[in-house]
Design a protein around this ligand. Structure first.
Ligand code: SF4
Length: 401
C-alpha cells in the first residue's frame, strides 16, 4: 500500500514463506529447542486456493492442513473462529457509542478496524482527526494472535515465545498489522502473530515442494479454534470482508430499537463499492450504515466527515476495491478476466452455511473461561487495541506509540 515507510517495508519482508521454512528447518535440526508451529488460515485465502485448485472449501481446507503438517506444522486453525470475537466486540462497541453520541461528538460514525490498509492510511493521513472514530475491536488476525499466545499457550503449558504463530492472509498489509508494537509482548519478547504469509505465498510453497494441492491426501481438520460442526465448516453472512456492517446493523436494530432485521437491502450509491443500508420507522431514519471499499470511496467519506456532512452511524471501510476477497495477496490467474475470477472466488466463499457469532457455544465458553466474561478488563486487553497518530516531518514519519 502507498503509505508504507521504508522501516515498515523491512518488517514486511521479514515475514515471508522463506521465514516459515527457516523455522520449520530449525525445528528439525534442533528438536530440543523446537517451537510449536501453529498456522491460522483466513477464509478468504481458502476460497482463493479452492478456486485456483478447482476444489470445494472443505476439501481445500483438509488438503491444506495435510500439506502444512507434512512440512512440520503442528496445528492448523481457521480465523473464521476468531472473527466471532471481532464481530461480537464490534457489535457491543457500536451500541455503547450510539448511546453516548450526545455527550461524545466523535462517538459516531464508528468506522471499521479490521483492514490494516485503511488503518495505515488513516493514521498517516488524518491521524488525530480520524482515530477517535475507529472501532477499537481487534481484527480476526489479531484476535487469533491473542487466542494462540494467550489461551492456547496456557493450555499447552508453553510461554508465548515457545509458539511460532503464522497466519495465511489475502493481503500484504496484514504483515504490517502483525508487526505493530501494540501486538508485541515485552515480557516474552514475542509477537502475537510471528509471521504472515499471503495466499500467493502458500501457492509458492506448494510449487517449491513440487506438490499440487489436489493430489494431497486430505487430513482431518483441527477442531479447536475452528468453525467446524460435524465435518462442516461454517462462515459468517455479509460478504467476503467479514460481514461487519450486517452483524452490527442487525444487533443494533434489535438492541436499540427492538426491531428484528432478517434481510438487508443494500442501496448502491456512486458505485458498487459504496453502498448504503438504512433502517427507518414511520419515516424516521433510525440507523444509516454504509460500505466504503477502495481509496476513492474512502477519500470521499473522509472529506464528508471533515465537513461534518457524513450521515452515517457506521461505515465498513476496506482499502481494496471489492474488499478482502480481492486483496493484493490473493492468487491471480492469467488468461481469466479478473471479474470472472473474482466471482468464482466469491461463489466458493459464499458456499458455506453461515452462523451468527452469538450461536457459537465455544465462543461463549471462551468468554467465560479465558476472559472472565464479556466486558471484563481481560477481554478488553485481549480483544481491543489502540491507534496512533503519525505526524509527517521533513525527515519522514514520527509515530506516537
Ligand atoms: Fe487487506 Fe484489502 Fe482486506 Fe484491507 S480490504 S484487509 S488491505 S485484503
Amino acid at each position: 500500500s502507498g503509505c508504507i515507510t521504508s522501516a515498515e517495508s523491512v518488517l514486511i519482508t521479514q515475514q515471508s514463506h522463506e521465514e516459515l521454512y527457516k523455522m520449520l528447518t530449525f525445528n528439525k535440526v534442533t528438536p530440543t529447542e523446537q517451537k510449536l508451529v501453529v498456522v491460522s488460515v483466513s477464509p478468504q485465502s481458502r476460497a482463493s486456493l479452492a478456486a485456483k485448485c478447482k476444489m470445494n472449501i472443505l476439501e481445500t481446507a483438509k488438503k491444506l492442513t495435510s500439506f502444512l503438517k507434512s512440512l512440520g506444522v503442528h496445528y492448523v486453525f481457521d480465523t473464521t473462529f476468531s472473527r466471532n470475537f471481532s464481530l461480537l466486540e464490534s457489535q457491543r462497541e457500536f451500541v455503547k457509542r450510539f448511546q453516548k453520541q450526545s455527550e461524545d461528538k466523535k462517538a459516531l460514525p464508528m468506522l471499521a478496524s479490521a483492514c490494516p490498509g485503511w488503518i495505515c492510511y488513516a493514521e498517516k493521513t488524518h491521524g488525530s482527526f480520524i482515530i477517535p472514530y475507529i472501532s477499537t475491536a481487534k481484527s480476526p488476525q489479531q484476535v487469533m494472535g491473542s487466542l494462540i499466545k494467550g489461551h492456547f499457550a496456557e493450555q499447552q503449558h508453553l510461554t508465548p515465545d515457545q509458539i511460532y504463530h503464522v497466519t495465511v492472509m489475502p493481503c500484504y498489509d496484514k504483515k504490517l498489522e502483525a508487526s505493530r508494537p501494540d501486538f508485541f509482548s515485552q515480557e516474552y519478547q514475542a509477537r502475537d502473530v510471528d509471521c504472515v504469509i499471503t495466499t500467493g505465498e502458500v501457492l509458492r510453497l506448494l510449487e517449491q515442494e513440487g506438490i499440487s494441492l489436489p493430489d494431497v491426501d486430505p487430513a482431518p481438520l483441527d477442531t479447536m479454534f475452528s468453525c467446524i460442526r460435524e465435518e462442516e465448516l461454517t462462515s459468517h453472512s455479509g460478504g467476503g470482508s467479514g460481514g461487519y456492517l450486517e452483524h452490527i446493523y442487525k444487533y443494533a436494530a434489535k438492541e436499540l430499537f427492538g426491531i428484528q432485521v432478517d434481510t438487508i437491502q443494500y442501496k448502491p450509491l456512486k458505485n458498487k463499492d459504496f453502498q448504503e443500508v438504512t433502517l427507518e420507522k414511520d419515516g424516521v431514519v433510525l440507523l444509516q450504515f454504509a460500505l466504503a471499499y477502495g481509496f476513492r470511496n474512502i477519500q470521499n467519506l473522509v472529506q464528508k466527515l471533515k465537513r461534518g456532512k457524513s450521515p452515517y452511524h457506521y461505515v465498513e471501510v476496506m482499502a481494496c476495491p471489492s474488499g478482502c476477497l480481492n486483496g493484493g495477496g490473493q492468487i491471480r490467474v492469467e488468461g481469466e478476466a479478473s471479474k470472472d475470477w473474482l466471482q468464482q472466488v466469491e461463489k466458493l466463499y459464499e458456499s458455506l452455511r453461515t452462523e451468527a457469532p452469538e450461536e457459537n457455544q465455544r465462543v461463549d465458553e471462551l468468554y467465560e473461561q479465558w476472559l472472565g466474561g464479556p466486558g471484563s478488563a481481560r477481554a478488553l486487553r485481549a480483544l481491543h487495541t489502540q491507534y496512533h497518530a503519525v505526524e509527517k516531518t521533513s525527515t519522514g514519519f514520527n509515530i506516537k506509540w
